[in-house]
Ligand binder design. Structure first.
Ligand code: FAD
Length: 558
């Protein structure tokens, strides 16, 4: 067997290592146009902030180390410029010498990844406008940071932009993040990103949301980043992080089929339209498991697993890659933002109808020190299928999103979450885990024990009733709401209208549910505000159109 792999990082390195384990005698070659293989792209932002102090820790294996361990030939700084599927050859250019040669394969695996997207605005292609993509990119940005700059503008609020902004802020740099959409982290719906905006503001990152970049100009040692609303940001460093595009040019020129999402089309065994060529990673189109549509999902986990599966299948396994959910997590200073499956935007674009609910449980038993509130949003349908979830909070966010991701993949219904037996001791969780609570809420909803309304859908004609305690109400309430603490509700029913829908709310939705049951039991028409006042606040916060930064004129904390 002569196996050639194009790209030697997440998918490619995984495929090579697996192929070697399956076949001691195969001739395996990795060609990578970069200087490194098998490096930790995901760790790059954290070296900028000196969280990972030693850059070499990000190079998981040197080319020579990989060669020695696996007997795979590694050709870094070698770009594959063409594939001839009929002759089963690749054309390779040695980027150091400029020499070109051809190599033959029995099987070929493409793992060429994606490249940073450069928006079509004047100045964006200036080579001094930097992207964080590779080890050399990181080294360059790090040396600029260490030269003692004061300010940076990060363009793009996806996970790379957010991680870079956070790490630059850790270095005491005054950071401005510009995002064209109304919220950062587009895998989240706007209201779920609202607490993250607060968190970034708290750490003195200035946010311009809903405001794109129109031009970037170099002025001496500085840059002026002009925004669509006319704002001009003067800065020492510009980092571009507006998204990724799949590297499909090679596949296209070899006449391999490209899918409707723009990724290389593969079948369930990760075979391209040519049976001797497999493809994995950022460059391929996968089945989005939540919506059953083709999608591109650029994440390390899927790439690494696909690399392994492609190698298995080359050796006859016939193993299916069923698809991806896009399960991801991002650290935003002291908060974590995780999601799996589809968000509302994706479902609406796909024309899929859904129900949703909000919960705000504690990460562990609230009497044990250190419990942190998490905000959970779950999307599901009337057939009880979980379509997606988003969780923002501190501790325990990762565990809960992973349980939901596992449940979706294995077809558990939302009401079955009620039954899951999850580990519990006070420092870690609650006897009724937040995951169980999602099941309780969904069960109540689907069985008709509760009717909920979400903050953006409170009918204008509804009578809005706040059942929190006086001290809670003193800190703010929904405008126009009436207040009756839950404990007094049964005695004051005669003050409430029988001919109008009553939307009742508390802080997070639990007392609101009790109030709804009391009202319904006494002949009123009532609905509970899902996630209570906290959900309402998140919606309010997400509706403030932030074209101006938070904390104008403030300096960064170190
Ligand atoms: P890559 O790992 O990008 O490897 C592709 C390789 O192919 C590159 O080295 C490239 O040089 C080479 N190549 C391309 N074309 C050719 C050619 N013609 N000839 C030779 N070589 C070629 N994902 C997560 O899940 N979690 C994270 O926290 C996370 N953080 C990230 C942070 C950063 C800064 C970056 C850049 C990415 C991050 N990702 C994260 C995404 C993740 O790294 C990618 O999804 C994953 O690496 C994709 O694997 P891949 O094998 O498809 O491509």
């Amino acid at each position: 067997m002569k196996l050639i792999i194009i790209g030697g990082v997440a998918g490619g390195a995984s495929a090579a290592a697996r192929a070697r384990r399956l076949d001691e005698h195969a001739t395996i070659t990795i060609y990578d146009r970069g200087a490194y293989i098998s490096f930790a792209n995901c760790g790059l932002p954290y070296h900028l902030g000196d969280i990972i102090k030693n850059r070499d820790e990000l190079i998981l294996m040197s080319p020579s180390g990989f060669e020695q361990k696996t007997q795979v030939t590694i050709k870094t700084r070698h770009e594959v410029s063409a594939i001839d599927p009929h002759k089963k050859t690749v054309t390779v250019r040695d980027l150091a010498s400029g020499n070109e040669f051809s190599d033959t394969y029995d099987k070929l695996i493409l793992s060429p990844g994606s490249s940073p997207l450069i928006p079509p605005v004047p100045g964006a292609k200036n080579p001094k406008v930097l992207c964080l993509w590779t080890i050399p990119d990181m080294d360059q940005i790090k040396s600029i940071i260490d030269s003692g700059i004061n300010s940076a503008v990060v363009i793009g609020g996806g996970f790379i932009g957010v991680e870079v902004a956070e790490n630059l802020a850790y270095k005491g740099i005054e950071v401005t993040l510009v995002e064209m959409l109304p919220n950062i982290l587009p895998q989240l719906d706007a209201e779920m990103a609202a607490p993250l905006h607060e968190e970034m503001r708290h750490h003195r990152v200035k946010l311009y949301l809903g405001n794109g970049v129109s031009e970037i100009n170099e002025q001496g040692a500085k840059f002026i980043v002009s925004l669509q609303d006319g704002t001009a940001l003067h800065t020492d460093l510009v980092i571009m992080a507006v998204g990724v595009r799949p590297n499909v040019e090679l596949a296209k020129s070899a006449n391999l089929a490209i899918g409707e999402s723009g990724g290389i089309q593969v079948n369930s065994t990760l075979q391209t339209s040519n049976p001797d060529i497999y493809a994995v990673g950022d460059a391929i189109e996968v089945n989005h498991l939540a919506i059953g549509r083709p999608a591109r999902i650029a994440l390390a986990g899927p790439a690494a697993k696909q690399g392994r599966i492609a190698a298995n299948n080359i050796y006859g396994a016939n193993q299916a890659y069923r698809g991806s959910l896009g399960t991801s997590i991002c650290k935003v200073f002291n908060k974590s933002a995780a999601s799996t499956g589809a968000n509302e935007t994706t479902l609406q674009q796909a024309g899929i109808s859904y129900l949703k609910c909000y919960l705000h449980p504690a990460s562990h038993a609230s009497y044990y020190p250190g419990a942190e509130m998490m905000h959970i949003k779950v999307l599901f349908n009337h057939q009880e299928r979980i379509l997606g979830a988003q969780i923002v909070g501190g501790q325990g966010v990762d565990k809960r999103i992973d349980v939901i991701a596992t449940s979706i993949r294995n077809g558990l219904t939302i009401t079955q979450l009620e039954e899951l037996e999850l580990c519990y001791a006070p420092p870690y969780g609650s006897a009724k885990d937040p995951i169980n609570f999602i099941g309780f809420v969904a069960n109540n909803l689907l069985k008709g024990h509760t009717e909920i309304v979400t903050p953006e859908a409170i009918p204008a004609e509804a009578f809005v009733l706040d059942v929190r305690e006086d001290f809670e109400v003193a800190r703010g309430m929904i405008p126009g709401a009436q207040h009756i603490p839950l404990g007094q509700l049964r005695n004051r029913l005669d003050t409430l209208p029988k001919d109008t829908l009553i939307v009742v709310y508390c802080k997070v939705g639990i007392r609101g549910f009790n109030a709804e049951r009391i009202l319904k039991g006494n002949g009123f028409s009532a609905k509970n505000l899902s996630g209570g006042y906290l959900s309402w606040q998140m919606f309010q916060s997400s509706r403030v159109h932030r074209t101006q930064p938070f904390h104008e004129g403030e300096t960064n904390v170190h």
